[in-house]
Design a protein around this ligand. Structure first.
Ligand code: HEM
Length: 122
């Protein structure tokens, strides 16, 4: 059997490092940054840990996602399509910096994009 996406992302350690970098990029992001900079440290830490769980569980890792659904989380924010693209750009930039192979980047891109309707304009 081929490796799960979780394994190709480097398992717990890989996802830990990847999501830390993604959230750092979000905080600096010109388009999406204000959303994250508005959170206090506790809320950012919480979101960071939930995103790690979400990615680990969703990629086939031995982890249970204990956070809220994407619809529940993002409802009331009225996230724009531009903010969505900005967030996906950060994910791709972090993955490129960490030199994941292109097929792994493409797979994560596909997963992220599939969530668009559960995140924007809610
Ligand atoms: C594929 C794209 C995305 C994924 C997988 C994702 C995932 C998540 C997860 C797992 C959480 C934590 C849920 C919880 O607290 O239980 C979260 C929180 C959050 N997300 Fe997203 N998100 C995405 C896109 C976006 C976009 C485009 C924005 C807007 C710029 C955004 C803004 C936020 C904010 C501000 C929080 C913190 C909410 C709070 O503390 O109440 N997210 N996201």
């Amino acid at each position: 059997m081929s490796d799960t996406l979780y394994e190709r992302l480097g398992g717990h350690a890989g996802i830990d490092k990847l999501v830390n970098r993604i959230v750092d990029l979000h905080l600096e992001n010109e388009v999406a940054g204000p959303r994250y900079r508005a959170l206090d440290e506790e809320a950012i830490d919480h979101a960071r840990e939930k995103v790690k769980e979400f990615l680990a569980a969703g990629s086939g890792g031995p982890v249970e996602y204990t956070g809220r659904s994407m619809i529940e989380t993002h409802t009331g924010m009225n996230v724009s399509a531009a903010e969505f693209v900005a967030v996906v750009d950060d994910i791709m930039q972090a993955m490129q910096e960490m030199e994941y192979p292109q097929p792994v980047c493409n797979e994560v891109l596909g997963v992220a994009y599939s969530l668009k309707e559960e995140i924007i304009h809610l």
